[in-house]
Design a protein around this ligand. Structure first.
Ligand code: PBG
Length: 325
């Protein structure tokens, strides 16, 4: 048989396959999302996300140090406060749980890892929306931007090096950049959750943060039907000065991720969200799929589609696998 073109030559041994692999995972490209909960002394498991913990400030500090030790690139902190109100006061209180925890983590890990915080009001509002409400009950975009600006200053002051703007308000990147720069904090990085879709895959996270949301976020998060709009949002965030843009969720939105990666002049990250985590964990626990291989394949796919880094609840575990390989 004369067959001059034989692609299988490149697949014949593990050594050749390793040499020609187009994409690789590296611990430094993984970011660990973490939850800190007010009013607990010991870490507590979460029902909706087996293997993920609610931390006390002290256990969060230790776990962040372990993440740094494992070589992951960063931690993204989320706060679960005891009390909530209409404007999310806890988000801007320097002693609010997220700000206090950020201070503790920043002091612990220094420059070993990038300390990042979620900049959104939903965990802090009693209505559970990502912004403040107008009299008619709708989410008031521009009034919310004023709260985001206050929150940005509080988080930067607490020691966050990168603010994750996840609220999907129009103009949020520009609004926050402006106030930080005016305060002399042009050093603080901004991650625009540019293409954040109104996804059912946030379900376990909402349980984790004990979300009080009634209704949904479809007036601000993107419609899963729209691909072009994801790119548009990313372009707008870049124009407003985002240092990094995000696509979220990851696995169901690889087309959007690929579009954004092709067009973006800044790094592109993807968030493998709680529902993606939960589905793989559940099938793995049932013996229906090979959990570890599926995790690696999911992360490789997200990288292949164009993500420079990935937020994943498996960051520390996967970093351990990669380092022992
Ligand atoms: C909003 C926010 C959400 C997630 C992180 N930040 C989702 C939402 O409720 O709209 C979801 C993360 C996940 O599901 O893992 N601040």
């Amino acid at each position: 048989m004369t067959l001059p073109v034989r692609p299988r030559r490149l697949r014949q041994t593990a050594a050749v396959r390793r040499l020609v692999a187009e994409h690789r995972l590296d611990p430094a490209q993984l970011v660990l999302p973490m939850f800190v909960r007010e009013g607990i002394d010991e870490p507590r498991p979460m029902q909706s996300m087996p293997g993920v913990l609610h931390h006390s400030i002290d256990s969060l500090r230790r776990a962040a140090a372990e993440a740094a030790e494992a070589g992951v690139g960063g931690v993204m902190l989320f706060g679960v406060p005891e009390h909530r109100d209409g404007i999310g006061s806890g988000a801007t209180d320097p002693d609010g749980v997220l700000n206090a925890a950020t201070r503790a983590v920043a002091a612990e890990v220094g420059d070993a890892i990038v300390v990042q915080t979620d900049l959104c009001l939903d965990e802090f509002t009693d209505h559970g929306h990502c912004g403040v409400l107008a009299a008619d009950g709708s989410v008031d975009n521009d009034a919310t931007l004023l709260r985001y600006r206050e929150m940005a200053l509080a988080q930067a002051e607490a020691g966050s090096q990168l603010l994750g703007l996840s609220g999907m308000m129009d103009g949020q990147v520009a609004a926050v950049r402006e106030v930080l720069d005016a305060a002399g904090r042009s050093d603080v990085l901004l991650l625009g959750y540019a293409a954040k879709y109104a996804s059912a895959l946030y379900g376990p996270f909402r349980e984790a943060v004990e979300s009080t949301l009634q209704g949904d976020r479809r007036t601000y998060q993107l419609d899963p039907a729209n691909r072009r709009e994801g790119l548009r949002e990313a372009v707008l965030d870049v124009e407003q000065g985002a240092d990094v843009v995000m696509v979220k969720p990851a696995s169901f939105y690889l087309d959007v991720l690929s579009d954004v990666a092709a067009a973006s002049p800044v790094p592109v990250w993807a968030y493998q969200v709680s529902g993606e985590y939960a589905m793989i964990e559940a099938a793995g626990r049932n013996g229906w799929i090979d959990r570890d291989r599926t995790i690696l394949e999911s992360l490789t796919s997200i990288r292949r589609a164009g993500a420079d880094a990935v937020l994943t609840y498996w960051a520390v575990e996967v970093a351990g696998w990669l380092r022992s390989r």
